[in-house]
Design a protein around this ligand. Structure first.
Ligand code: CUA
Length: 174
């Protein structure tokens, strides 16, 4: 829906720009008294500039009040099971792959070589949680499975010829 709206909006804008462009091209030959126009535009420009200053100044003042922005931590829960995850070309080393429904999990994810992407998918290939797996850095993802089943860990960043083979498995039971 948004895409259709964006599509129509860009068509309208492009048409508008084309019309303005053609108008300018057609009018360039006509001579006009310059002085009075210049004065008029100068006044308009001054007012416009002040208006912009006021609008953006006000917006900046109010939006920057909240700095530094809070970083929400999704899915964090008390006493999670901590799982160490290591991405390697081309696989996943996980300290634990079997979990219980409702058990909060903290995945601490890093990489031994290049950048990978850690993504947890359910059986319908819906992405449930994800983060980057980066060398010499640990990213943390919290997740609590609400349904039993087999879940897949897929690499979400192209990391070499066998990127598509980086598949891990998680089993969640009741
Ligand atoms: Cu690892 Cu793509």
């Amino acid at each position: 829906m948004y895409q259709t709206a964006a599509w129509y909006l860009s068509i309208i804008l492009m048409t508008l720009i084309t019309v303005i462009f053609i108008t300018v091209v057609l009018k360039t030959n006509r001579r006009r008294e310059y002085e009075s126009i210049q004065k008029k535009w100068y006044r308009f420009r001054t007012i416009y500039f002040i208006a912009l200053l006021v609008v953006f100044g006000t917006a900046t003042y109010f939006t920057l009040q909240d700095l530094p922005f809070e970083r929400p931590v999704y899915g964090q829960a008390e006493n999670p099971v901590v799982v160490d995850v290591e991405a390697i070309q081309f696989g996943w080393n996980m300290s634990q792959t079997e979990f219980k429904v409702g058990e909060p999990i903290e995945f601490d994810i890093t990489s031994t070589d290049v950048n990978h992407g850690f993504g947890i998918y359910d059986k319908d290939m819906n992405l449930l949680a994800q983060t980057q797996a980066m060398p010499e850095y640990t990213n943390t993802v919290y997740y609590t499975f609400t349904e039993p089943g087999t879940y897949q860990i897929l690499c979400m960043e192209y990391c070499g010829l066998s990127h598509h083979l980086m598949i891990g498995e998680i089993v969640v039971t009741n």
